[in-house]
Design a protein around this ligand. Structure first.
Ligand SMILES: NC(=O)c1ccc[n+]([C@@H]2O[C@H](COP(=O)([O-])OP(=O)(O)OC[C@H]3O[C@@H](n4cnc5c(N)ncnc54)[C@H](OP(=O)(O)O)[C@@H]3O)[C@@H](O)[C@H]2O)c1
Length: 232
């Protein structure tokens, strides 16, 4: 039976790839973001939604089989140059936006037989990286939320998170703006490349499906080995 999946932030990057993947498998895809940009081949129900607007409401189907929350930020600065506004913005987009979306979708998710929530974090939570103070705090909150809600919503709704290293999407555009930058970024990873949006999207699709049905409260690292391996 076709599933109803809501992707917050399906107009770009990983969310867009996921929308195409799910629509091709016959799912009914609901997209919510600030700009309408229908992924090719994914006829989806689009709604305008800004996760930083506390009063914004999501138009949801009665039953929701999955929620994927994609909005994120990359704001890398020395600690001394990060303002309160920087920290607040990272929290709003990455964490509080997810809280508000899940709060609204909770009732619809509980009506599905197998429901799954997928959130996104960064390798910079598990591994200390310079200039990541504001994003690591916000994504650390997302990882805590993942585990708390996985416990609270169990057994009806599973909650998992993907913690990424640099992945080739518009969000990472400024870090990948030349061949030299791309090569330097690739060389920092044991697998000698950066992440691909399609492979991350397919892992998100796996977390939405019954093949991952015994997994909840997990933070999976998709990071080319950078968080766990030391190359000699
Ligand atoms: N790419 C990387 O290197 C990388 C690394 C670590 C973690 N991550 C995480 O992976 C996730 C997906 O990132 P991505 O690279 O696919 O990002 P992306 O290409 O920038 O896509 C983000 C999506 O979120 C939407 N969005 C952003 N701000 C929004 C807002 N205020 N309200 C509603 N929608 C909003 C965007 O649509 P609109 O602009 O139309 O609103 C877009 O569809 C993020 O959580 C990110 O933090 C990515």
């Amino acid at each position: 039976m076709a599933r109803d999946i809501l992707i917050i932030g399906g107009s770009s990057g990983i969310g867009r790839e996921l929308a195409v993947e799910l629509a091709a498998s016959g799912d009914v895809v609901h997209l919510a973001s600030r700009h309408e940009d229908q992924p090719p081949g994914a006829s989806a129900n689009f709604q305008t939604y800004d996760v930083t607007d506390k009063d914004a409401t999501l138009d949801l189907p009665e039953k929701l089989d999955g929620l994927v929350y994609c909005p994120g930020t990359i704001n890398l600065k020395p600690f001394g140059r990060l303002s309160d506004d920087d920290f607040q913005h990272e929290l709003d987009v990455n964490y509080l936006g997810a809280v508000r979306a899940i709060r609204q979708a909770q009732a619809a998710l509980k009506k599905a037989e197998y429901a799954s929530i997928v959130l996104f974090s960064t390798v910079a939570v598990q591994t200390g990286l310079p200039f990541h103070a504001s994003i690591s705090g916000a994504k650390g909150a997302v990882e805590g939320l993942t585990r708390s809600l996985a416990a609270e919503f169990s057994p009806g709704v599973r909650v998992n998170c993907l913690a990424l290293s640099l992945t080739d999407t518009p969000l990472a555009g400024s870090l990948l703006s030349s061949d030299d930058r791309r090569k330097a970024s690739a060389d920092r990873h044991p697998l000698k490349r950066i992440g691909d949006a399609g492979e991350v999207a397919r892992t998100a699709a796996f977390l939405l499906g019954t093949d991952s049905g015994f997994m909840t409260g997990q933070v999976l690292q998709i990071d080319g080995g950078i968080s766990t391996l030391k190359m000699l």
